[in-house]
Design a protein around this ligand. Structure first.
Ligand code: SF4
Length: 351
């Protein structure tokens, strides 16, 4: 069951509470390239990204905020390290959320100034603890970035904001070690009521990055933990979005769009089921209904194994049986893929 956390407003959307788990990503265009950043943010929004983060390293880069916000409607988060003046400038420029660790920005007066600016404009702050940048004293105490060390660091940063009665907080506690990451979030979840942003950091290139993220983020989601997610990949950010939604879907969350169920094929298979499944998947792009579509390799086991599907096919030697919820409706012959896609669209309308 979902662990319900404090609700947080981020621009025109909300996280925590009973709100859906949102998928976010981060721009990776050079900060000086305003046009490139805007273009990538627009692409991400089109791909379904629900929150987007941008690095704002210096005061000079704050102009990214207005430029990007003018072209997108999803919330924009500024990623800031060390310089509290950048945080103040981003708040002035209309940012929706700030990611900053209050322990890294200097004395109390600087923390107080950031809290004041964010409170005045209802801007939440995400504390982003990372195994690679733990406080020296915490690292010395635990010897390495253990889940307890990560959690202690998060609680330290949370405390710095709570001191000034600031509670519009989200927290992430990322590690590149999947097991540590799961344990750290589980521990933090038991200690605080703030929404948690999940991610495995430095997860790697596409294939391993998706596997590690699916394990780490997926395990936590299955245990009811998590309010936003990011699949960090050394790849195009737009690929993080599709992977994020696939992880959410696999963890049983409602995700708009078709889910393809297909069998691994075996000696009974006669048609090229992999090609058929890929064509069906491509033909359904843009459909927003939450529909389960099965593409199975044989009529012996196909309809039974895909009984949960709303609609499916079980392929024969040169034809295919179409079934709905495990009940055969008709038989296709010849080149049937277009007809099947049309039937799926009709079925989706009826859902
Ligand atoms: S559905 Fe049929 S073809 Fe596919 S794996 Fe099962 S038995 Fe083999």
């Amino acid at each position: 069951m979902r662990h319900i956390k404090r609700e947080l407003k981020i621009g025109n959307t909300a996280i925590g509470g009973n709100n859906p788990v949102l998928v976010q990503s981060m721009l990776n265009v050079r900060s000086s390239d305003i046009e490139g950043n805007v273009k990538q943010a627009v692409e991400l929004e089109k791909a379904g990204c629900q929150i987007v983060r941008v690095s704002v390293p210096t005061l000079e880069d704050v102009k990214l905020v207005e430029a990007i916000k003018n072209e997108i409607s999803i919330p924009l988060v500024a990623d800031i390290h060390f310089d509290y003046k950048v945080a103040l400038a981003c708040a002035d420029a209309g940012i929706d959320k700030i990611r900053i660790n209050p322990g890294n920005i200097g004395d109390d007066e600087k923390v107080k100034a950031v809290v004041k600016a964010c409170s005045a404009k209802n801007i939440p702050i995400r504390i982003g603890v990372n195994a690679g940048s733990l406080e020296k004293n915490i690292l010395a105490k635990y010897g390495k970035p253990t889940p307890e060390a990560l959690c202690e660091s998060a609680m330290y940063h949370i405390g710095l904001l709570e001191r000034y009665d600031f509670n519009d907080i989200a927290v992430s506690i990322k590690s590149s070690n999947v097991n540590n990451m799961i344990q750290a979030y589980t521990l933090l979840d038991s200690k605080c009521n703030y929404p948690l942003h999940l991610g495995v950091t430095e997860a790697g290139t596409y294939r391993m990055g998706v596997i590690k993220s699916a394990m780490g983020i997926g395990s936590l989601l299955l245990n009811g933990i998590g309010d936003t997610i990011r699949v960090s990949l050394t790849d195009a950010p737009v690929r993080e979005i599709e992977a994020g939604f696939d992880i959410l879907r696999a963890a049983g969350h409602e995700v708009a769009g078709p889910e393809i169920i297909s069998c691994p094929t075996c000696g009974r298979t006669r048609l090229d089921v992999a090609a058929i499944a890929n064509q069906v998947e491509a033909g359904l792009k843009g459909i927003n209904k939450n529909i389960k579509v099965a593409v199975m390799g044989c009529v012996v086991n196909g309809p039974g194994e895909a009984r949960e599907a709303d609609i499916g096919i079980a392929c024969g030697a040169d034809n295919a049986a179409m079934f709905k919820k495990g009940v055969k409706i008709k038989t296709y012959s010849g080149n049937f893929i277009e007809e099947f896609i049309e039937d799926i669209k009709i079925c989706a309308e009826e859902l």
